[in-house]
Design a protein around this ligand. Structure first.
Ligand code: Z5A
Length: 213
């Protein structure tokens, strides 16, 4: 059996880091311990270099929204071809901190880039490749940003205004509604409660969809 690709998504401060640890723990309990962790943008030397530009810019040169989008896809395909696909082929399970749903939400919803352009680019770069399961941690941006911003300096994207993050949440919710492989978690609840929701969702999915007890 090839491995599976599970992705954690959500706004900053939604609690993705804790969620990733919870997913890994549950997989371990089901004797799935050969895990590959990824983050996007990033995860290969070239993709990490692009991440640095996307998050911090370079020499004060304005980064256009389209260039940001193209860099995200360049980073993503480096990661898919060089890390994710080989890992899945070697029967590892891959746990991703963000994937293409982030682009649909941030660049599509937040930056409001053209839908046809985005759909064409996605199809050309990714083809049919997609996660087996996505857990979307839903949080009001005001709460998420408060959590994330308490950590210190803000990067290029974190400096955007509240309406930008509200549009992102809206797009996340719309897309989650349309895709049965995206499951929404109420991330405004306590850490304990969020952990329990994830335990329940993942255990059910492993039993029903993957036939792992
Ligand atoms: N981006 C994009 O625009 N397009 C794309 O296609 C992709 C990404 C792939 C990546 O930055 C940036 O790139 C991101 C989107 C954009 N930018 N923004 N803005 P990143 O990887 O550095 O940032 P992030 O992915 O948003 O990570 P984060 O800020 O670290 O979020 P998090 O992982 O969800 O947060 P956390 O560390 O788990 O939690 C934050 C704090 O809240 C922490 O102190 C926790 O203890 C606390 N927390 C978490 N959950 C709870 C609950 N339930 N209750 C109370 N406190 C909690």
């Amino acid at each position: 059996m090839t491995g599976k690709f599970i992705v954690i998504e959500g706004l900053e401060g939604a609690g993705k880091t804790t969620a990733i640890n919870t997913v890994a723990r549950i997989l371990n309990q089901h004797n799935i311990s050969d895990l590959q962790f990824t983050r996007e943008p990033g995860g290969t030397p070239i993709a990490e270099a692009l991440r640095n530009i996307i998050k911090n810019g370079l020499d004060n040169e304005p980064l256009t929204d389209k260039a940001e989008l193209l860099m995200l896809y360049a980073a993503r395909i480096q990661l898919i071809d060089n890390v994710i696909k080989p890992a899945l082929k070697a029967s590892k399970w891959v746990i991703g901190d963000r994937h293409d749903l982030s682009t649909q939400a941030y660049q599509g919803g937040g930056r409001q880039l053209d839908k046809v352009f985005m759909a064409t680019l996605k199809e050309q770069v990714l083809g049919h490749f997609k996660p087996d399961l996505t857990l979307y941690l839903d949080i009001d941006p005001e709460i998420g940003l408060m959590r994330a911003r308490s950590r210190g300096e803000l990067d290029r994207i974190e400096q955007q205004s509240l309406p930008f993050f509200k549009r992102i949440r809206q797009r996340y919710l719309e897309l989650a509604e349309q895709d049965k492989n995206i499951i929404t978690v109420d991330a405004a609840k306590s850490l304990d409660n969020v952990t329990k929701q994830i335990e329940q969702i993942l255990t059910t999915w492993l039993t029903k969809k993957v036939n792992i007890e």
